[in-house]
Write a protein that binds this ligand. Structure first.
Ligand code: NAP
Length: 303
């Protein structure tokens, strides 16, 4: 057991998965749950992955770890709702997909007798809500920890304890600076999502031209974008509003490269196209070799 009691604030996909994984791994003696949404609390009660409280302070009062699992834009409200009840020495962490903005919003609300250790599990699905949670979500996936510049001697031990917790849930843990995290995630997650949202929305606009053939023939590649684009709109709105600088930077580079591709197509520059596609294919091999995806053709689908 790593923590005697953990409190999870926000019982959606990630919060429910942490609760289920912690229970399975025996990483927490007790699990308290709070969600601002009453119907989510009711659902969490019937799913039975922790003791569900109607009051955030009551949920957080006895916890050694309070994990904020709410959308990035709601982190400050969630922190504010538990702050008065936090016990001395408690670790507060989060799972937000953006780190710089969350740290700015939450740090000033963190009581001096607690330790703020922000984090982000690089694990998720396109589903949300408590029913979407599952215990194996974090197995073999990365958990990024972005420790603060906190000189208190006990802070290092708090970081190590949180890392041990995520390892117990099956994650591989790595430390990173918050601003680096935000740039890396803009490349590997935020921009790919933005492109998927854009392609799917564009195809929907063209539906009247293509007479529903986009959906009919979607297995040609389009359906893989629809999976990413099915992700929760609140979560993604908050990601883009809160990681604006890094996303705009990466998007600028992407737009330039796209214009170069457009030009290569227009001028029939086959070698340019081939060289880029070949590089991209090698990247896919590297992703598989790093254990980040299955080598099965078409992701192991039967068709
Ligand atoms: P989710 O399934 O939508 O769950 C979030 C829950 O938090 C909802 O039930 C929401 O209620 C509740 N909530 C909102 N404000 C609250 C508050 N102030 N206090 C208590 N509860 C509150 O979202 P999720 O996918 O688990 O994502 C949670 C966090 O994890 C986000 O910060 C996201 O960036 C991060 N993350 C997500 C993924 C992913 O793939 N989904 C992966 C890694 C990290 P309402 O529905 O009523 O708003």
């Amino acid at each position: 057991m790593i923590f005697e009691r953990i409190a999870i604030v926000g019982a959606g996909l990630i919060g429910a998965s942490v609760a289920l994984a912690a229970r399975e791994a025996g990483a927490a003696g007790g699990i308290s749950i709070y969600d601002a949404n009453e119907s989510v609390r009711q659902r969490a009660r019937s799913l039975g992955f922790g003791a569900v409280f109607d009051d955030p302070e009551a949920a957080a009062a006895e916890a050694d770890l309070v994990l904020l699992c709410v959308p990035v834009g709601a982190m400050a409200a969630a922190m504010g709702s538990v702050a008065p009840a936090l016990k001395s020495g408690a670790i507060v962490s989060d799972v937000g997909s953006v780190k710089g903005a969350v740290i700015d919003a939450v740090r000033k609300l963190t009581p001096a007798h607690t330790f703020l250790v922000p984090g982000h599990p690089l694990a998720g699905t396109e589903h949300s809500g408590p029913d979407a949670g599952f215990a194996a979500l974090f197995k073999g996936r990365w958990q990024i920890i972005t420790p603060l510049d906190d000189a208190r001697p006990e802070y290092a031990a708090a970081v190590e304890k949180l890392e041990a917790f995520w390892r117990a849930l099956g994650a591989q843990v790595e430390r990173m600076d918050a601003s680096r995290h935000d740039v890396v995630l803009a490349v590997v997650s935020h921009l790919p999502h933005l492109i998927a949202f854009n392609i799917v929305a564009m195809a929907e606009d063209l539906e009247s031209v293509t007479e529903s053939e986009v959906v009919k023939y979607s297995a040609s590649g389009f359906r893989d974008f629809t999976r990413i684009a099915a992700s929760d709109p609140t979560m993604w709105r908050d990601v883009f509003l809160n990681n604006r600088d890094a996303v705009l930077e990466v998007l600028g580079r992407f737009s330039e490269d796209l214009a170069a591709l457009q030009r290569a197509i227009r001028w029939g520059e086959g070698e340019t196209l081939y060289a880029l596609f070949d590089r991209a294919r090698r990247m896919r091999r590297e992703v598989i070799e790093a254990g980040q995806d299955t080598p099965a053709p078409n992701w192991g689908r039967e068709n």
